[in-house]
Ligand binder design. Structure first.
Ligand code: 4AD
Ligand code: MG
Length: 478
């Protein structure tokens, strides 16, 4: 029978001197043929284990390589060394999984992120990635807690959907047809009636439209699930499969939506600061070490922990899109023609413009609202001016857009007009339209990109490094 183990987090946080315990994990270091640093994933901290090279089997000790998997039974004692309060005096040791250091691709010295991405089955054993994924867990938990504490219901919206009207990006088709063997109709087109669902289906790009159904009965709901976009954006901010949190609230307008977004984000930051301090401190220090050799322009304007606290303590700047355009056209980079993309009313803000607003102009998160109707989705509420819609984007330093949301068009006639303008077949949206015809309510909501938030919280540079198994163009390993 497997011995019952004690987690290292518990051994370190509530050490019981002279107790005999068994710990199990992966070797992080073995020094002087005597000191093992063991990590079991329960905390970023290692437990120091001491063996006596004079009495222990030398062949066994040779097997204590970087990342070999072991179990150790021993006594908790006060540490002789200065690095730790306690250590484990080993009595017996079992090797679960050996490592041939020549063949093992992960090395004790710092690795490139690219190599670790290719070895995603091993990368969680590194300090950096274990910290990131513990934080990811805590953040997911905090998201549920926030909504639960505030009276929202968690609504599971479908992953496979027959509606493709959101217009949020290219979709992945879901079919049981074999390529080139799909049945054809008289016109020679694929006969989707014959397919599994009796019609074309896709992986969802967003749970919003279904969440709106929920809000029209349960009042306040949220979705939190994977979403899929087949856009070919090979950037450090885009994934083909990412997770999104989408609250949807009845009897709420754009201002209420912005208030909710700001309160929610600040709660999440406070939660991780309180519950993930060891991991965050580790990441903060790691970034400061990495930046020592960099030029000032390439360093963060503020260390990681300070940034998180700063965002919690300061009100987000809120400006209408039209105002943002004016500011941008008066900016130094605009006048010196340093922006790559045009700045004109009616054109979407590009990352370079968003970053100027956030990082140079306001030096804090910015919510831009009331965007021109032509660059936003059909369901956003048309403003009195007939030109703009009640949309808002929350922009964060170093990241750009983390949240996109809006007040929804609840007026049936206006919505129908917008659907036509967008050239969306009414049949595709019959239920969405009926929601406004029968007992419709004013609603508002938004989508928070989970991995974008993770980037901000961890200070990681690439979105592929904050999701366990990234899916990007030409890459779906693991
Ligand atoms: O702005 P988006 O497209 O909004 C929606 O999907 C709405 N239905 C949300 C709503 O109102 N309920 O996406 C929302 C957020 C973005 O702000 C961004 O943080 C993230 O999702 N996002 C991505 N994250 C990673 N990879 C991608 N390809 C992303 N596309 C959007
Ligand atoms: Mg958006």
């Amino acid at each position: 029978m497997m011995k019952s183990r004690t987690e290292i987090a518990q051994v370190l946080s509530e050490p019981q001197l002279n107790d005999t315990v068994t710990v199990m994990g992966w070797v992080r270091a073995f020094r002087s043929n005597r000191f093992i640093a063991l990590n079991d994933g329960s905390t970023i901290k290692n437990l120091q284990i001491v063996v006596d090279p004079d009495t222990w089997d030398g062949e066994l000790l040779k097997k204590l390589q970087f990342h070999s998997c072991i179990g150790v039974t021993g006594t908790i004692v006060e540490s002789q060394g200065s690095g730790q309060a306690i250590e484990l005096a080993a009595e017996s040791l079992e090797i679960f999984g050996e490592i041939d250091p020549e063949a093992y691709p992960v090395k004790p010295a710092r690795q490139t992120m690219e190599l670790l991405r290719q070895k995603a089955h091993f990368r969680m054993r590194t300090n950096t990635f274990s910290a990131v994924f513990r934080i990811r867990h805590a953040l997911a938990f905090a998201i549920h807690k926030y909504h639960n504490d505030n009276g929202f219901y968690y609504l599971h919206t479908p992953i496979i959907t027959g509606s493709d009207a959101e217009g949020a990006g290219e979709m992945f088709h879901v079919t049981t047809f074999e390529p080139n063997k799909a049945p054809l109709n008289e016109k020679g087109e694929i006969d989707w009636h014959e397919d599994f669902f009796g019609g074309p289906t896709n992986l969802t790009v967003s749970g919003q439209l279904q969440a709106e159904i929920g809000a029209h009965a349960l009042g306040k709901v949220y979705t939190f699930g994977p979403t899929f976009r087949a856009e070919n954006s090979n950037t450090s901010r885009h994934l083909a499969e990412f997770w999104m949190i989408e609250p949807e609230v009845a009897f709420c307008d754009l201002e209420g939506d912005m208030d909710l977004a700001e309160d929610f984000v600040k709660y999440l930051l406070s939660y991780v600061l309180e519950h993930c301090s060891d991991d965050l401190e580790f990441l903060d220090k790691r970034i400061q070490d990495l930046e020592k050799n960099r030029k000032k322009e390439e360093r963060r304007p503020m260390p990681l922990l300070e940034t998180l606290r700063f965002v919690i303590d300061n009100e987000f700047e809120r400006i209408p899109y039209g105002e943002a355009i004016k500011l941008l056209r008066n900016s130094k980079p605009y006048k010196k023609k340093r922006f790559e993309y045009p700045v004109e009313w009616g054109k979407d803000l590009q990352a370079e413009h968003e970053r100027w607003l956030v990082e140079k102009k306001f030096k804090k998160p910015v919510i831009v609202y009331d965007y021109p109707k032509g660059i936003k989705s059909f369901y956003m509420r048309l403003n009195e001016d007939g030109e703009t819609v009640a949309a808002m984007d929350v922009l964060f330093p170093g990241i750009g857009e983390v949240i996109g949301g809006s007040q929804r068009e609840e007026r049936y006639d206006v919505l129908l007009e917008r659907v036509k303008e967008f050239g969306i077949p009414e049949d595709d949206l019959w239920w969405y339209l009926e929601l406004r015809q029968f007992g419709g309510a004013p609603t508002a909501g938004f989508g928070l990109g989970f991995e974008r938030m993770m980037l901000f919280i961890t200070g990681m540079k690439n979105i592929r490094d904050v999701i366990p198994f990234p899916r990007t163009p030409k890459s779906a390993d693991f």
